[in-house]
Design a protein around this ligand. Structure first.
Ligand code: HEC
Length: 117
């Protein structure tokens, strides 16, 4: 009985460790949450603004403004509140590395694990 239980315990410890090792850069991982509304890679296909190519400082200050605003009704204010300032910085830095708008050269080129965080 006991050994079976400790086996489960060990298995549950090993799982988060292995997913952490396989994880992509933190900024991209966090930014994946924004994609459902702002589009994959920050290129919005809906009416919502694209985020790709905006400067990191602009995104960062916009997010902080929304995070600390008294306005509670707006969907983005609730999104922004869910992240720490450090996470917002990572997200902003990630979007700033993407090509915004224009047809550009093969914007989807991602996949590379650039070590900059
Ligand atoms: C549930 C949908 C949704 C999600 C998820 C979401 N947003 Fe938004 N966001 C919006 C809407 C709606 C607006 C207002 C859009 C507009 O005016 O075009 C907005 C506006 C913004 C703006 C200000 C407009 C601009 O272009 O500068 C920023 C910055 C922003 N979002 C960043 C983010 C980031 C970063 C994330 C992920 C952490 C995120 N959003 C996740 C819906 C969403």
């Amino acid at each position: 009985m006991t050994s079976l239980r400790s086996c489960f315990f060990l298995a549950s410890l090993a799982l988060p460790l292995s997913t952490a090792l396989a994880a992509p850069p933190a900024g991209r991982l966090l930014a994946a949450q924004c994609a459902q509304c702002h589009g994959t890679g920050g290129q919005s296909a809906s009416g919502i603004d694209s985020l790709a190519g905006e400067s990191a400082s602009e995104l960062y200050s916009e997010m902080l403004e929304m995070k600390y605003s008294q306005d509670t009704g707006d969907i983005m204010h609730r999104q922004a509140r869910g992240y720490t300032e450090e996470q917002i910085r990572l997200i902003a830095n990630y979007y700033a590395t993407l090509n915004g708008g224009g047809s550009g050269d093969g914007g989807s080129g991602g996949g590379s694990k650039s070590g900059d965080d």
